[in-house]
Design a protein. Structure first.
Length: 415
């Protein structure tokens, strides 16, 4: 059996290692489109603030890790797939035959069509090379504009602020992290950032970027004109699927895959950020672009490819953010369930917030700010799932009693 994997991020690497373990007779080839050793984007902010050296972002230690495992790693780009004869063509001209192909090629950031965004000193923060470029410019007193306060934007913001930059964040949504946090949480995070000295504009769009003598001016539709030495663009991503053009693989927000992480083509699988896979909470298909899902997908896809039989119920939408020291997270159906009930407790002064969303007596989603003590429990309550019984009403009056509820309900008496 010849397994070929495109992409050596957390998802592809996990898949290759899992296949090596569970299908020792097969050949495993990892097509790695990066010039660096396989690395984790998640560690980039730590590299940016000098907390880890470059080697600290590598996913695996040791130069010969893949060779030692018997994984054939080829540094090249996948260029096209011929479904008829099961062959992957690389940009170095090589043609790789495969029995099973896993697409774990992630996504790439996009620049919105804004005049002037092609000027110098405007970068994404996606690759190690981006991080090197940003690290060269940012620092004490440097004027930095961050476009986008989504999940990735907020993660980068921490690193930029810690570098000592004068930071302005411009977010088109009406709150921070609008795709992961409700209004209360998004506003709370914004106020926290303002208190920490970061200038945050929400409901604001960059119209254009000018440059005079090396200094950038960012023209915002609020009328603000912000001076910048560096602009970091974090305004969204697209899946890396170009090489599948014409192959007949069904793609929406990502490659559509079933509970085996199999695409619309029988022997092509997808995992990680590039995959639009089963969503635990909705039963529909979603892209959950976080590393734990990528790793889980990699393992599940490998088991499917090795025909080990999987019973994957899908990934839980779960996002945890540390914004300048304020922890926030959202789980599952954080926007609530139609016809369901919600309970919330907000303490703006102390930056603490809990929102619980119920479907009947099941917890199906949650948002928390300023608390780390209940994260594991929230996940457990949503995924088990626990019949809350009488605890539902207690949580409706005090949503912060989830730990007690979990302990009591999982003991079996349900009340
Ligand atoms: C700055 C930053 C911080 C983040 N922080 C967090 C965090 O704190 N927590 C969290 O859970 N997630 C975080 N993420 C998201 C997380 O990094 C991704 O969810 C994760 O990397 C997805 O893994 P993946 O293997 O699917 O894709 P990727 O890591 O993107 O790997 C895909 C690989 O495929 C390669 N590739 C693409 N096209 C081809 C081709 N045609 N041929 C060969 N190779 C190709 C790419 O170059 C890349 O190396 C962060 C992301 C960024 C950018």
């Amino acid at each position: 059996m010849q397994h070929v994997i495109v992409g050596a991020g957390p998802s592809g690497v996990t898949a290759a290692e899992t296949l090596r373990k569970i299908d020792p007779e097969s050949s495993v080839t990892l097509v790695d489109g990066e010039v660096e050793p396989p690395y984790g984007r998640m560690a980039i902010p730590y590299f940016l603030i000098g907390k880890v050296p470059e080697q600290g972002v590598y996913l695996r230690k040791g130069d010969n890790h893949f060779e030692n495992l018997g994984i054939n790693r080829i540094q090249a780009h996948a260029e096209s797939v011929s479904v008829g004869d099961n062959t992957l063509t690389l940009d170095n001209g090589e043609k790789l035959p495969y029995d099973k192909l896993l697409v774990a090629s992630g996504s790439h950031p996009i620049k919105p069509p804004i005049e002037g965004l092609d000027r110098p000193n405007i970068h994404h923060c996606w690759t190690l090379e981006d991080a090197r470029n940003i690290a060269k410019i940012t620092g004490e007193g440097v004027d930095v504009v961050l476009m986008g306060a989504g999940f990735i934007g907020c993660i980068i913001m921490e690193a930029l602020a810690l570098s000592g930059a004068n930071l302005t964040v411009v977010e088109a949504g009406d709150r921070m992290v609008p795709r992961m946090m409700d209004q209360n949480a998004g506003n709370m995070i914004k106020n926290w950032c303002l208190e920490k000295g970061v200038n945050v504009l929400t409901s604001a769009r960059v119209n254009s970027v000018d440059e005079t003598d090396g200094k950038l001016s960012v023209n915002v539709d609020t009328g603000d004109v912000i001076q910048a030495d560096l602009i970091v663009v974090a305004t969204g991503v697209r899946p890396n699927t170009d090489f599948l053009d014409g192959a007949g693989v069904e793609i929406e927000d990502g490659i559509l895959v079933d509970n085996n992480l199999r695409s619309s083509i029988d022997n092509i699988f997808a995992a990680g950020d590039v995959a639009q896979g089963p969503d635990y909470s909705t039963g529909e298909k979603s892209v959950h672009a976080v590393q734990p899902t990528g790793v889980e997908h990699g393992r599940i896809a490998a088991m499917s490819m090795a025909e080990k039989g999987v019973d994957y119920r899908g990934s839980l939408n779960m996002n945890v953010l540390d914004t300048l020291g304020l922890i926030s997270c959202s789980f599952g159906l954080w926007q609530g369930k139609d016809g369901g009930e919600s309970a919330q407790q907000i303490d703006n002064e102390n930056y603490r917030y809990t929102l619980l969303n119920f479907d009947g007596d099941h917890l199906v989603g949650a948002v928390m700010v300023g608390r780390t003590d209940q994260m594991g429990i929230m996940r457990g309550l949503i995924m088990t799932p626990v019949n809350l019984g009488a605890w539902k009403e207690r949580l409706m009056s005090d949503p912060n009693r989830v730990v007690e509820a979990y302990i009591d309900c999982t003991r079996g008496d349900g009340a």
